[in-house]
Design a protein. Structure first.
Length: 238
């Protein structure tokens, strides 16, 4: 009651100014790969981002998509990209993936930090892992481990008033329903390998990825031509 009184005292007389903003249109996927290099000749390594549009937060496959992303590259050392590109091949100082789901669409992104000499191999390996997860899905062990970590982390996300309020605001903002939290554990626990593979097939698009690098152009150009025509940007000097 005291919190409500203070909020109403501070914001109760606020009025909207102008009409609400029009919702942003969903992002459009490319019909093929693009490769863009920001030429930084003074660098000895490459900072790579590759990705494409993805799903909105309200998508019915969102939970399966988050599990998919964790298995691919969002789960730290337990993920495929880190285990292979960083640990087994030794190609990257850091590598991982992320899924940003918003109201009118989203983005999927892989990030890699690697030596200029190995940039082509690091990109090829990342794209190959995207393809493999879409084609074959997760293993039973990968799914069970990821579900276990996700379910185990849920109580910690809600152990403070700030966490509870943030979760409720998110549910309201994206129109998920106030029972969203009560159903979250059940939704995660019920996911199958087929569900995760379906999400991977719907989201991952290695053939339509935008690949952007900050790197020394002449050191990486020949490696990048295997992925498509190379466009260049020269950063401003000041």
């Amino acid at each position: 009651d005291e919190a409500r009184r203070l909020v109403e005292q501070a914001f109760g007389d606020w009025q909207p100014v102008g009409p609400p903003a029009e919702p942003a249109p969903p992002p459009i996927r490319s019909t093929g790969r693009r490769v863009v290099v920001i030429d930084r000749p003074e660098l000895t390594q490459a900072s790579v981002r590759l990705g494409h549009p993805a799903i909105a937060r309200q998508s019915p496959i969102y939970d399966a998509a988050t599990v998919m992303n964790t298995i691919l590259g969002g789960g730290g050392f337990a993920s495929r990209l880190v285990a292979d590109v960083r640990t087994r091949q030794g190609l990257a100082y850091s590598v991982g993936s992320g899924l940003a789901a918003r109201r009118s669409g989203g983005a999927f992104l892989v990030g890699v930090q690697t030596k200029s000499a190995s940039v082509g191999q690091a990109i090829a390996s990342s794209l190959a892992h995207m393809s493999a997860l879409a084609e074959s899905g997760p293993t039973a062990t990968e799914l069970a481990d990821t579900q276990g970590r996700a379910l185990g982390s849920l109580p910690f996300q809600l152990e403070t008033n700030r966490g509870k309020a943030g979760a409720l605001i998110t549910a309201a903002f994206y129109g998920l329903g106030l029972d969203h939290l009560a159903r979250q554990a059940e939704r995660i626990a019920s996911l199958t390998e087929t569900d995760v593979q379906t999400a991977a097939r719907a989201i991952l698009d290695p053939d339509g990825a935008l690949i952007v690098l900050a790197a020394p152009l002449e050191a990486v150009r020949a490696q990048l031509e295997a992925f498509g025509p190379v466009e260049t940007l020269v950063p401003p000097t000041n």
